[in-house]
Design a protein around this ligand. Structure first.
Ligand SMILES: [Zn+2]
Length: 119
């Protein structure tokens, strides 16, 4: 297994996710969680329809962030594991995760056998 290649892949995915998250919200430094940012109000005279649109937009940003954030955290964890040298070990059985599986998904937490196990 080429760890350098895997690290590069993870870092690339991390940067892409960060870029997407920055488009939709900002990182709350106090909680360490990403939050959707509402669009700037350009005018004080905002009618009801406009308010509804903004709300929908904010809701869709929030739900995108809820999808992206766990993916980002997963990648950050995998990068941490790489640095600690504990990368590629199944969280359930402690055995090495199959190389093919890691190549497909470097942030995988479990071996093929424990693919559907709840961690
Ligand atoms: Zn396992």
């Amino acid at each position: 297994m080429d760890k350098k290649k895997i690290k590069e892949k993870l870092e690339k995915e991390r940067d892409q996710l960060l870029e997407e998250l920055r488009d939709m919200g900002k990182l709350n430094i106090e909680t360490g969680e990403w939050e959707a940012t509402p669009e700037e109000m350009s005018s004080r005279e905002v009618d009801q329809n406009d308010m509804a649109d903004r709300f929908e937009d904010f809701e869709s940003r929030s739900s995108m962030i809820r999808v992206l954030e766990p993916r980002l955290n997963n990648i950050l964890r995998a990068l941490k594991d790489l640095n600690k040298g504990t990368f590629g070990v199944c969280e359930i059985c402690g055995k090495e995760i199959e190389t093919a599986r890691l190549e497909a998904n470097p942030a995988a937490k479990t071996c093929k056998h424990h693919l559907n196990a709840q961690v």
